[in-house]
Design a protein around this ligand. Sequence first.
Ligand SMILES: O=P(O)(O)OC[C@H]1O[C@H](O)[C@H](O)[C@@H](O)[C@@H]1O
Length: 324
Amino acid sequence: MAAATPQSPHQQQSSSPFVEYIRAPGGLDKVVLRGSRSCSVEIRLFGGQVTSWKNDHGEELLFVSSKANFKPPKAFRGGIPICFPQFGSHGNLEQHGFARNRLWTIDDNPPPLPVNPAIRAFADLILKPTEDDLKMWPHSFEYRLRIALGALGDLSLTSRIRNTNTGGRPFSYTFAYHTYFSVSDISEVRVEGLETMDYLDNMKNKDRSTEQGDAIVFESEVDKVYLATPSKVAIIDHEKKRTFVLTKEGLPDAVVWNPWDKKAKAMQDFGDSEYKHMLCVEPAAVEKPITLKPGEEWKGRMGLSAVPSSYCSGQLDPLKVLHG
Ligand SMILES: O=P(O)(O)OC[C@H]1O[C@H](O)[C@H](O)[C@@H](O)[C@@H]1O
């Protein structure tokens, strides 16, 4: 059950050229971040979910299914759902935990977060457990989420999760930023940065294997949790000559998922052929749950940028990736 509806953000915050608070139909309030030219980010307070990230040509960079269910309490298919306090079925809560199915509020007075002072387009959201949540997961927490649009159109999500239990009890959780990238043709996409990594294969009962030695390509359903991965992963869309560069901090693992045709047909909120135009690469903490003692706070950050890639030799153009 969603939390009680707090005052709508537009009653509390005044919009600016960089941040607009909007009451959407059905109380699905959202926040729009505006950057240079046509760069923008859209965030729904329901789920604390980024639902759009556009580049300076106004092109949509994230995938949202044409059949997405925009009605709470079901999370909707696309953008960047937040998986907390449980990733997948790694525990006894609902799939991916409850954070993506709750109404978040605007955090009026967030604790200071060291960021680039030039960034003006950002929003601070907060989620705390409802009475019902505490019955399911008996831990008090404060989850602060900052979503920021950088001057170069880059998108960053910074999560700060604090254990506010008064009874002295620690808690553990698993976590992911379930990021849906929009791609032109999955058969033309490669992922670099995960080669030779160990992974748990969700299609083989979470068996542990090791990835082969070169970029990952896609010819069928993939559902793998790569373990202890590098802090930078590249998703190369060859047809679009575009590379998504994903950087992560505090998130050792990376989930890679494409449902392919059979599973796509089985999902009512996903078009039968939409698997061709999306890929999930999800910075995560799955293998080793995060444990917080009362008063302790964890920080997990994902940075996304989309750079033109002169991808040809199997190696990313280092200048573009490093400075894109
Ligand atoms: O349909 P959802 O609950 O959003 O989950 C969608 C997918 O999320 C992750 O990528 C998991 O690894 C997959 O096993 C799951 O199918």
